[in-house]
Write a protein that binds this ligand. Structure first.
Ligand SMILES: [Zn+2]
Length: 227
């Protein structure tokens, strides 16, 4: 029997599923692979994801949200909670596809004295009663610190976090045995410039993302001042 045939079928399924989801993210223009990319940190990498672009294709987001909902379908869920615009769009799609028909609420992220902070609008606070079952939804999980804050916030109000569903999990951090389901579980290898294998092979460095980041100014408009 070959090594491939001996592979655990569940692992093969996860691998295939990840490939499909990576292709979907590539088609949104958010995911770049097989490149030699300069990161804002000065490190080099082969992959890059532009978080803002992840949820721009409604039919893709709906499909990905339905996969997360299916995974958590066996759990009764009262509420789906997220923070940030991308995660909110995804959380709507998850809630829409979940058999419990959960409601959708969202918190806001910010900084306070240099520390991360998550807050909930007061109107939502009274919906989070003791015993309410919550599914947290996130687009990209990098350090997991926003999710940890959200868990503390809602559990202090007496609610129960039944799980965490996300598109992409870059970290192996755990959340006290709460089940985490991600469509893609993958961290990018990043290299210091002097140790980068792509530099050593003479592959041209793509500085586009850093350049774009420096040059980029969000478009904005405001009402004219009254005279
Ligand atoms: Zn390099």
């Amino acid at each position: 029997m070959s090594a491939a045939a001996r592979k655990d079928p569940a692992a093969v399924e996860t691998e295939v599923r990840e490939k499909i989801h990576l292709e979907i993210l590539k088609r949104t223009g958010a995911y770049h692979a097989n490149d030699h990319i300069l990161l804002p940190s000065g490190q080099h990498t082969t992959e890059y994801i532009e978080k803002t672009l992840v949820t721009t294709e409604p039919s893709f987001t709906e499909g990905l949200g339905a996969v997360i909902a299916k995974h958590f379908a066996q759990w009764p869920i009262d509420m789906v909670l997220s923070t940030g615009p991308g995660a909110l769009i995804l959380s709507h799609c998850v809630a829409r596809a979940h058999p419990s028909r959960p409601i959708v609420v969202y918190g806001t992220k910010g900084l306070s004295g240099g520390k991360r902070r998550v807050s909930l609008p007061v109107e939502f606070q009274r919906l989070i009663r003791p015993g309410v079952k919550i599914l947290l939804v996130e687009d990209l999980v990098s350090t997991g610190s926003t999710l940890s804050l959200l868990i503390n916030l809602v559990e202090d109000l007496g609610a129960l976090v039944v799980g965490i569903g996300c598109l992409w999990r870059r970290t192996s951090v755990e959340f006290d045995n709460r089940p985490v389901f991600s469509l893609v579980r993958r961290d990018f290898p990043t290299y210091d410039a002097d140790k980068c294998p792509l530099c050593k092979r003479g592959v041209p460095l793509n500085e586009e993302f850093v350049r774009r980041r420096h040059a980029r100014r969000p478009s904005s408009v405001q009402e004219p001042k009254e005279v």
